[in-house]
Design a protein. Sequence first.
Length: 301
Amino acid sequence: MNVLIGVIITLASLIGGYVAMGGHLAVIWQPWEFVIIMGMSAGTFVVANPWKTVIDTGKATIQAITVDVPKQRHYLDLLGLMHTLMREVRNKGRNEVEAHIDDPPNSEIFTSFPTVLANEPLTAFICDYFRLIVMGSARTHEIEALMDEEIETIVRSKLKPYNALMMIAEGLPALGIVAAVLGVIKAMGALDQSPKLLGGFIGAALVGTFVGIFLSYGIVAPLALKVKMVREQRARMYVIVKQSLLAFMNGALPQIAIEHGRKMIGPADRPSIDVVESETINGGPPKADAAEAPAKAGARG
């Protein structure tokens, strides 16, 4: 919502200030300049990125506009799941634990934490590293190095839409100049017309430069930064898993291990120790919340 509010404030300030100093809106309404600039931007965007990134950019834009980031419920579910799985590893045999991590959708443990189960990549990440722990052949420093590399790869993949949008933002001023040059060419072809008509052509041409710069610094670049912020917050879930698992592998009790993960949550969303203990001791959220969570789980990918 704050993205839309920011855009409204930007446009209101731009148009309001222009009108207040005596400008006429009809002068800057040059639809073909917009078509040229935005069409070239869309074309270069498609040329520079694979279809997967193009589609993911649309998804990332929606996530940025709606601020679709993990909430405290998502973090509590993740910590609760980690705690429960760690207890299973400590207290039960390998076969019993593997039954859960090999088939999460049919696992009583995973279905108790639906916001995590709804996030398929995160669920796969958790299962992969618990499987390595259960096998018992991996050393802690090896697991840490592997998780660091995988998390870096995940973050780099999640930030592809940000890089794609920034590329467009950097190119928009130049594309605006291209549109302006085309307008000047049109004006030069009308030198035999009246000064009033010629002035209109030149004014229309300058609108291209204005539009390119405005879209770059006023719309696309801020949106790209918002995408980056949202995607980084969503990737934070993997760091929580990493820190919890490393503490557990180094001998920490499950309750202490998830405290390592809790510290990786930003202060604004970090649940208190008492809330986490209550959730983990009770085995997860109330069933009413668990039933509603899949529809509200905004942590896919």
